[in-house]
Design a protein around this ligand. Structure first.
Ligand SMILES: C[S@@+](CC[C@H](N)C(=O)[O-])C[C@H]1O[C@@H](n2cnc3c(N)ncnc32)[C@H](O)[C@@H]1O
Length: 504
């Protein structure tokens, strides 16, 4: 296994096919489970007989044919304890979303237990909707004696008034694989009160003063299992606009306590890569898995932009590397194909499925590429060293996997005008027709104050085949730092209405 590996795909399949036993020192997982849905709705009996469709921002667990199949596998093909557990849960819950979730989690936790080293630990992040059931599952998979902590992550946020106490915490279960597990005792500073009491004690035992003062300053008290860590504030540098992004401070505590430099860390539901980014910073080796290429792209951006780790230093597995792979991905999941293609041109996805839903709009734009256009109030045309504010230009990107025709180029031209963009990039899996090419050529060209006389084609058609050979859009210099600017702005808006950070 290679350090810095990002797997694109379903973690169950990847764990089973690609991860050898006893590979990891630490596993952190934060599976999707949308607890904001009404508790009763969640527990309602439901027989949705469709294959589980898993998307990044959706509550993805429904009782389906696949859950039934996995349930039967757990009952008949694992061990007696797991079988008993599954049958008991079925009796208590019936066939609903919660049972589907527990079935999907159990089969994955069995694999995660397998790939953990004997000295390793697992942290499972969840919320109170299903945590009580998950603890039973973990007790059976890891053994009750290997339960170490139920960590409460306490945060503050605005919540709507309800006839109950505000819910302001998540739960993180900490299990080890054996008694002999890696542990670096974390300390938190003494409170002022206990420092004062200590001073008093020092006063009374003058002889030991030096030793006690040193101890007080360096260690503090051993960390407890209630962690007060704020949500990522809207203005924070680490914020990427991924709805379920967890704070780096949370992962830092876990990684420092349960691993050492050079150790192997796995996050099988890695989202926008909080675990892998912190692991990288703390000099650990890491592997991340996510089922959406949006997450994989975002992680690559995060590592490149925030930590200076280039795309070439990251090993990506599961994404197409040739034309037939691209065709296969399009057939399997057109949305994932779109995210993948957008990443090839370093575009930010502007109309992801989730955002469509959130904004209720579909302007038919798949992605945007920003570039430097001008330096306003600076010291002259095109002087990059001058003071002043950058003005950005943008190219809007359309991705097409199916058949293509001339009218789509005309539509893109219209979109460019409406969006006041400088350019339009049309990415296609199929070869463009001649009328399409001439429509694009007839759209003319543009230049910017920075590029002066250099002209760039206003509409560009690029085939996936060309992209795979390394062709890139012909645009003024790109703006890597700002690729996710738009996503961040949207997220801040949402954050202000949904969750207000009150900070500790
Ligand atoms: C709650 S988010 C994780 C957020 C992450 N902790 C972070 O800080 O960004 C859950 C992630 O699991 C991914 N996911 C869902 N089902 C998956 C599966 N079967 N295999 C791999 N990833 C999956 C989703 O795409 C989503 O990005």
């Amino acid at each position: 296994m290679k350090n810095r590996t990002l797997f694109f795909g379903d973690n169950l399949e990847i764990l089973r096919k690609k991860i050898p036993s006893e590979s990891f020192d630490l596993i952190y997982l934060d599976p999707p489970f949308n607890s904001s849905r009404d508790y009763n709705v969640l527990f309602k009996e439901g027989l949705q007989d469709s294959p589980a469709q898993v998307h990044a921002f959706e509550d993805s667990w429904h009782w389906s044919r696949e859950s039934k199949h996995t349930f039967d596998h757990l009952v008949t093909k694992t061990n007696d304890n797991i079988a008993k557990l599954m049958l008991a849960l079925e009796k208590i819950l019936g066939h609903n979303d919660v049972l589907a979730y527990l079935v999907m989690m159990t089969v994955r936790l069995i694999e995660l237990h397998r790939v953990l080293k004997k000295t390793g630990s697992l942290y499972l992040h969840c919320d109170p909707t299903a945590s009580h059931y998950l603890k039973i599952v973990l007790d059976v998979v890891f053994g009750k004696k290997n339960f170490r902590n139920e960590i409460i992550w306490h945060y503050r946020r605005w919540t709507a008034k309800a006839k109950k106490f505000q819910r302001l915490h998540d739960i993180i279960f900490f299990y080890s694989k054996s008694d002999n597990y890696i542990w670096n005792q974390p300390y938190i500073p003494y409170t002022e009160g206990s420092l004062k009491r200590k001073e008093h004690t020092l006063h009374r035992f003058k002889g030991e003063e030096k030793y006690l003062v040193k101890k007080t300053k360096e260690e503090g008290v051993p960390e407890n299992d209630v962690w007060q860590i704020p949500f990522i504030p809207p203005s924070a540098k680490e914020r990427l606009g991924y709805p379920t992004q967890k704070p780096e401070a949370l992962l830092e505590k876990i990684i420092k306590a349960s691993s050492n430099e050079g150790d192997w860390i796995l996050d099988p539901f890695c989202g926008c890569g909080t675990t892998v980014a912190v692991a990288e910073k703390l000099k650990r080796k890491w592997v991340g898995v996510d089922i959406t290429s949006l997450a994989i792209n975002l992680i690559k951006y995060r590592l490149r932009n925030r930590l200076g780790i280039g795309k070439k230093q990251i090993y990506t597995d599961g994404l197409p590397t040739d034309l037939s792979g691209a065709k296969e991905l399009f057939k399997k999941d057109p949305f994932e194909f779109e995210y993948w293609a957008l990443d090839l041109v370093n575009a930010i996805p502007s109309q992801s499925k989730s955002r469509d839903k959130m904004r209720g709009a579909d302007k038919g734009i798949d992605g945007v590429i920003y570039f430097h256009k001008n330096m306003a109030n600076g010291n002259g045309n095109g002087n990059r060293n001058g003071k002043g504010k950058w003005e950005y230009g943008k190219a809007i990107v359309q991705v097409k996997g199916g058949s293509v025709q001339r009218s789509q180029i005309a539509t893109l031209k219209g979109d460019v005008e409406r969006e006041k963009a400088e350019a339009g990039i049309f990415i296609t899996l199929e070869e463009p027709t001649k009328p399409m090419t001439s429509e694009a050529v007839n759209a003319g060209s543009f230049s910017t104050p920075l590029t002066g006389k250099i002209e760039f084609p206003r509409i560009q058609i690029i085939t996936v085949k060309e992209l795979l050979r390394g062709k890139i859009p012909n645009l003024p210099q790109g703006l890597v730092e700002n690729y996710y600017k738009e996503a961040e702005a949207i997220d801040i808006e949402e954050n202000q209405t949904n969750k207000i950070d009150l900070k500790f």
